[in-house]
Design a protein around this ligand. Sequence first.
Ligand code: NHW
Ligand code: EN5
Length: 388
Amino acid sequence: THKFWETQPVGQFKDIGDTSLPEGPIEPATPLSEVKQEPYNLPSVYEWTTCDMNSDDMCSEVYNLLKNNYVEDDENMFRFNYSKEFLRWALRPPGYYQSWHIGVRAKTSKKLVAFISGVPARIRVRDEVVKMAEINFLCVHKKLRSKRLAPVMIKEVTRRVHLENIWQAAYTAGVILPTPITTCQYWHRSLNPKKLIDVGFSRLGARMTMSRTIKLYKLPDAPITPGFRKMEPRDVPAVTRLLRNYLSQFGVATDFDENDVEHWLLPREDVVDSYLVESPETHDVTDFCSFYTLPSTILGNPNYTTLKAAYSYYNVATQTSFLQLMNDALIVSKQKGFDVFNALDVMHNESFLKELKFGPGDGQLHYYLYNYRLKSALKPAELGLVLL
Ligand code: NHW
Ligand code: EN5
């Protein structure tokens, strides 16, 4: 039933619960000379292209493919609309490989019809830090679906990752594949309830009026915590220490160094926002929160075209309560014009979701590792990794 995935070095459904299998790589690394040197064959009407995300034209082509063909919710009411600046950020972290930004074109028209990408990352699994690729933005044009193009693209990105002597990968999907390391729930906090209801993102609760609903979700105009401010370049060392210490408690987590923190967490307008609490007494950085900007196109609504969503990224509370810290994140995101604040039940997020009036969504996010077996699945709260 998974003709492709059954052939891949991933945890298989039949092996779930088999404690005799060891934790770690499923297949050993091979000498680079044994990695296939030529690209996989595509159906003859298509050709491979490497996408130079530094080029405005290439970046626009990828942007437009995704804008029109990427992930939708189960009722096809919303479609992710990652911005060009977001894609540039997501695809060019420290040490990125242009060869991992892989497009497929129609030979005759040269139109970009499919895309898949990888970026390098260090991910810690238990006690071991593993060099991996984070695979994202797999997309095949709507008119070319179900032709088995995706397996060829996955094999090609795998080959190019292997050429850099990297043998593991991490990825997420809304669909169940063999086999998740954990399954997370999406939660949503309304910031602009009237619009969310008007566009069908949420519904008026039972025995609720619009004005009661608006009142329910009202937030203060400015953050409450003394010393709460935007992160700046000078904060990179302190934020890195805070985050590394926090993430060390999770079974699977990203291993951020200062370069990573500078790239992934320094604020970039309309891409990523980071705030911290600087103690007014000691000037220590004691708490941190961040979120990224990912709008969705609202499909077929006469009054609105885009839903502005913030997604919880990495958060650490040591002196401020998690509740107050994330309430301040909600306050600043509301001030920035977001309609909704989304979060997964990863890390310690459970501790604030219900109290801050998040509600569970209809979507789940499954996390996967390629060529790395875990003895057993994790709880979402044991995961210290957020993919974009
Ligand atoms: S998840 C978002 C994926 N993209 C979308 O959902 C966009 C809308 N959908 C599409 O564009 C984040 C197409 O439906 C896609 C499939 C392209 C999804 N992951 O070509 P066929 C990511 O980007 C399997 C993995 O006929 P299609 C993460 C499916 O199970 N596999 O289908 C990406 C079946 O295999 P099976 C997926 O609908 C991670 C086969 O594809 C999948 O025209 C990639 C059917 O192919 C998904 N999301 O195109 C893996 N969706 O065995 C990275 C379907 O069941 C692995 N399939 O027969 C690591 C690689 C690096 C390793 C390095 C050491
Ligand atoms: C990852 N890099 O289904 C890419 N989103 O709940 C792949 N639902 O927005 C990941 N269906 O529940 C793909 N409103 C997986 C996600 C795909 C997108 C997706 C879900 C996540 C979503 C919304 C809208 C549903 C529209 C109809 C939803 C309810 C909100 C409500 C607010 C008030 C309190 C209760 C909840």
